[in-house]
Design a protein around this ligand. Sequence first.
Ligand code: PFF
Ligand code: NA
Length: 467
Amino acid sequence: MNTNTSVTGRWSSRFAYILAATGAAVGLGNIWKFPYIMGENGGGAFVIVYLLCILFIGIPVMMAETFIGKRGRSTPANAAAKVAQESGHTTHWSLLGTSGVLAGFLILSFYVVIAGWALAYVFFAGDGQFSAMALAAGDTGTAHADAVGALFGGLLSDPFKLILCTTLMVVATVLVLGKGLNKGLETAVTALMPALFILLAIVMVYSAIEGNFGEAAAFMFAPDFSKLTIQSVLEALGHAFFTLSLSSGIMMIYGAYLPEGVSIARTSIWIAICDTIVALMAGLAIYPIVFANGMEPNAGPGLLFQTLPIAFGKMPMGDLFGTVFFVMIVFAAFTSAIALLESATAYLVERKGMNRWPAAIVSGLGIWVLSLGSIYSFTGAEWTKMSLFGHGENFFDVIDYLTSKIMMPVAGLFTAIFVGWKVKRHILEQEIVLSSVAFNIFYICLKFIAPVAITIVFAQLIGIITL
Ligand code: PFF
Ligand code: NA
């Protein structure tokens, strides 16, 4: 392949890069999924395993992806090809980048739809619907739950509302991307990330005052090692990948914009720390409210969109704080959406010679069309009914399974093998500047720990082995 092109943009500072990459990492995985799986898998015991996965696998793989982008200074496929060439290997390694961009594109097609739900909930909460439903139901808990269930069900079965909300998210993403790296992405994350953090802190304080903080903290942190199974270890590893947005082209494209002299190791560690802090804060914001209202902590997808609205409806100023909460989720999802669409946009600019605006619009249109597949999966349209190797029931399930269970682990595995075994060590050392002890730890993680762990998880996930 022709590897002659490159990207020219650079983040204006190390801080801007950390904000953008943290924005990419922080999303629904932190706010909804982490608190839930943590409680299910032994609380504090799970946190310890998760932190080890982040430390020994997540961070090294993130560094490897950032290295590829930074060294190649191109969009993911081209960057991987250049890095391979430099160490005397075939440019077929570009597939690493291609699969990342493709996975990112597919993930985004349903991510914007779910972000759209959160957007719809901003309006539901802002409109006072949470408290109105609680009031109408009086003391009848089931009537209240039914009303909120009908609100969620009504949203999911209404293609017009879903398309409207999804379209708003896509248009907002395109507007940011069209403006380019410094004026668009940086401006957005500089405003949104601190706002996200403040809104989350506000909900957390509200929740500590109005909710049952003690029970929530016990649920999340009491280390119950008896609940920790081999399954939980696998869950922790899978989530470490998902939460850091690995194997999606994101760290490669964001790495391509890294200014010279910024440490890949230090920034990666910071991003992982920020992501983890947000996940812990989210748990401390959500669970006190859930417990104070005597609700189930493990409601899955319904936790955000059904359990919490019921709880907010019963609480003082619940509409206000409910609105704040869903605005925060929209911000979190939006900064991930920006990152996900950036690699497609940058690809069109770099490889097809398009200008930024047309490139952003074309990628946005592509996502919009693909998102219809997920939207109509939720409304139950006949044409979306499908499965992959017997997994899933509709287009949304298939895309979710294909990306998170197949493409992400496989790409992660090959990234670790590529950078750990194929890239010449002295080249890696030029970009990842560390003391020799620290470098060796990183190298061992990448060469041995990550590939072995990912292989086990992948084999387990697709059902080749059962632990
Ligand atoms: N890291 C995001 C989260 O924790 O919600 C999820 C995600 C976004 C994963 C983008 C992968 C991705 F490409
Ligand atoms: Na995350």
